[in-house]
Design a protein around this ligand. Structure first.
Ligand code: ACO
Ligand code: LMR
Length: 615
């Protein structure tokens, strides 16, 4: 790289700090310039490693996050620029560390308010190592068509309008970053465009000065016209005047020192920047403009004429053949971010999901339209929540109470039943909570706990077909189908299931009518005549009562059939029994029970000695 060149189309940079938006802007600029590869090779973020995703045009790419400068320079020795977004507190240490790194040559220090003493140390250290510091307190700079520091030059739209995606003939340097955006637009309108622009930052002791950059531009053969914006305060502009006088600057320079209005304001005015105040007559904008004019610079009468002087000077250089105007081209489009396009109403797309039971987008999320704070305040309870999330209805108190009663009643039925047994065996095999729970839940089916659905279906079939209980039992036997909800291993007519008694009692007292329960009970009369254990069991009772309840709540036959098809009725057993299964898992853990192995004498071994060979 030539000594006057800080950035090229191949520049590789690190960005220090979690400035993802700035990185994306840098990459968008690279893409617009048709660079071969992104300029940012890594982010340096001590707080975390991993990577960050960014767009390269329409494609997503990964950029690593590296925790330290040391690691970053080892991994990417070709990167010679550091864009330092470290805070005011750590900007100094980070910059000093980067100055020590052999491969980093240019550091842009973005932080404002770096103490003057530290800024002077940084500037001196950089000079000694022949390295470059841009800033502190700067937005950075831009090499048109090649590389952009952080947020320099504003939006992509601004960059496109100012034609910064390809180099022109103008080298620009200013104190202020904000003014530089304005200047880039002026330069685009009045010349063949910017070649390079740097904002040195508004502190009293910048790491590099206006003159440092003008001298670089002087050496750069691509740059034919120098444009500069100085500022009231300090004496840096006199250095420029000197350089013009002693021949170090030969290229035409259009310059304006801002802050001429300071003289009409009372007292010593401090402008936005730390360095922008005139301590004595020679630091005033007027004095500096006069000195520059005298040294041969093109100095307008006011900022209003700045663009005219740039235009005239440029046109003169074209006329005398010094400048061959750069050829323009259409840069690639930078795709708009999806979020922004949606916000501006520019695009739409069909959704992939529909949800009609819960919405989490508001301040407080809602169950079927009822905000959860109302759910709590109005005491919906578990029953009310099931009403909202399963049935999308605000169900009345007796319906809530019924659902809650079911859950409590079927929460557990001892360690011997299929589900609990499986959970216990899994827990004792060292499985975790979820695996043990799921292993219990997975036993719920047509013989155990999962007959609620089937019971609703079977008894509804009998009732809707106008079959007498006897006809129904016979019809099912003919089909060789066990009536779901009938029969129990333990409970009989003489040893009734208390749970069934409770549910029946509640329904008789609170439901408007119980037609399906009544039908099931008359079926029970028939089956128990055959065998005392063929009672209406707890699954059956829940199934038929739930149908009666849903009918009372206004659900039609079609809706109920659809619920049966979806397994809605079994869901209540799954929900309730999970409480017990989780309890068994905890119980086994607390008891520190070891692996279960079934006793061999509890198994009938009936294995043939050796089967005969076939074929
Ligand atoms: N419908 C019609 N006949 C039945 C039914 C039924 N649901 N259940 C048993 N029988 C008959 C059998 O066909 C058999 O008749 P057979 O002597 O003429 O051969 C007789 O009754 C005894 O059958 P078993 O299988 O010995 O009965 P068991 O007591 O072992 O079965 C079980 C209990 C598994 C619950 C059984 O009754 C059944 O499958 N019921 C339907 C499923 C069901 O409702 N499960 C939920 C139970 S409750 C719960 O898990 C929370
Ligand atoms: C249960 O609720 O788990 C029981 O009714 C099943 C059984 O086998 O006793």
């Amino acid at each position: 790289m030539k000594d006057y060149e800080l950035f090229t189309r191949d520049t590789k940079a690190f960005v220090y700090g979690s400035q993802t938006r700035a990185v994306q802007r840098m990459l968008d600029f690279d893409y617009m310039c048709r660079r071969d590869s992104p300029s940012v090779v890594a982010m340096i973020t001590p707080e975390r490693g991993g990577f960050e995703k960014f767009f390269w045009g329409t494609r997503e790419i990964r950029i690593p996050r590296i925790r330290s400068i040391g690691e970053a320079v080892d991994l990417f020795p070709a990167a010679d620029v550091l864009v330092n977004f470290a805070s005011q507190r750590s900007a100094f240490d980070v910059t000093m560390e980067a100055l020590e790194a052999d491969t980093i040559w240019t550091i842009a220090v973005i932080a404002e308010g770096v103490p003057e003493r530290q800024a002077r140390i940084l500037a001196a250290a950089a000079k000694e190592k022949r390295k470059w510091i841009i800033g502190p307190a700067t937005v950075g700079g831009i090499k048109a068509g090649a590389f952009k520091i952080g947020n320099t030059a504003g939006t992509m739209e601004n960059i496109r309008m100012a034609k910064l995606y390809r180099p022109g003939s103008v080298g620009f340097v200013s104190v202020s970053g904000g003014m530089s955006n304005e200047a880039y637009n002026i330069i685009a309108r009045t010349t063949d465009g910017l070649n390079e622009g740097i904002a040195i930052g508004g502190d009293a002791y910048p790491g590099s000065t206006l003159l440092d950059h003008l001298l670089r531009y002087e050496k750069n053969p691509e740059i034919k016209l120098l444009v500069c914006l100085g500022e009231v305060g300090g004496t840096a502009e006199y250095e420029i005047a000197e350089a013009m006088k002693d021949g170090r600057i030969k290229k035409p320079l259009v310059i304006w020192v801002t802050g001429t209005c300071a003289k009409v304001l009372p007292g010593q005015v401090q402008f936005g920047h730390a360095g922008a105040k005139a301590g004595s007559e020679i630091e005033t904008a007027d004095a500096k403009n006069a000195a520059l004019r005298e040294a041969g610079a093109v100095v307008p009468d006011s900022f209003d004429d700045y663009h005219l002087r740039i235009k005239e000077t440029y046109e003169r250089l074209v006329a005398d053949g010094t400048i061959t105007p750069a050829v323009d081209f259409d840069p690639p489009q930078i795709p708009m971010d999806y979020k922004q396009a949606v916000a501006e109403g520019l695009i739409r797309r069909p959704t992939h999901f529909v949800s009609t039971i819960c919405d989490e987008r508001g301040e407080v999320h809602s169950y079927a339209g009822v905000p959860i704070d109302d759910v709590i305040e109005e005491r919906y309870g578990i029953g009310g929540v099931i009403g909202l999330l399963w049935f999308k209805r605000v169900i009345p108190p007796h319906a809530r109470e019924f659902l809650e009663m079911v859950i409590q009643i079927i929460a557990d039925h001892g360690p011997a039943v299929s589900g609990a047994h499986n959970t216990i065996v899994a827990a004792r095999a060292g499985k975790d909570l979820l695996s043990s729970l799921v292993s219990g839940i997975l036993t719920i089916g047509p013989r155990f706990g999962g007959a609620v659905n089937g019971a609703a279906e079977h008894f509804l079939y009998g009732l809707r077909s106008n079959l007498s209980p006897r006809e129904f039992v016979d019809a099912m036997k003919k089909k060789n189908v066990r009536i779901q909800g009938i029969g129990h291993r333990l409970h009989t007519v003489e040893n009734p299931d208390k749970r069934v008694e409770i549910l029946k009692g509640f329904a008789k007292e609170n439901f408007r009518a119980t037609p399906l329960l009544d039908y099931a009970l008359s079926v029970e009369e028939v089956t128990t005549k055959k065998k005392a254990n063929l009672i209406l069991n707890v699954d059956g009772c829940i199934g038929v009562l739930l149908v009666d309840l849903l009918k009372e709540l206004g659900f039609g036959d079609d809706e109920i059939d659809r619920m049966i098809a979806m397994g809605t009725f079994n869901a209540l057993f799954v929900l309730g029994r999970s409480i017990g299964l989780i309890g068994h898992y905890f119980d086994q853990n607390r008891l520190e029970q070891g692996l279960y192995r079934h006793p061999l004498d509890d198994i009938l071994y009936d294995v043939p000695e050796r089967p005969e060979e076939v074929g």
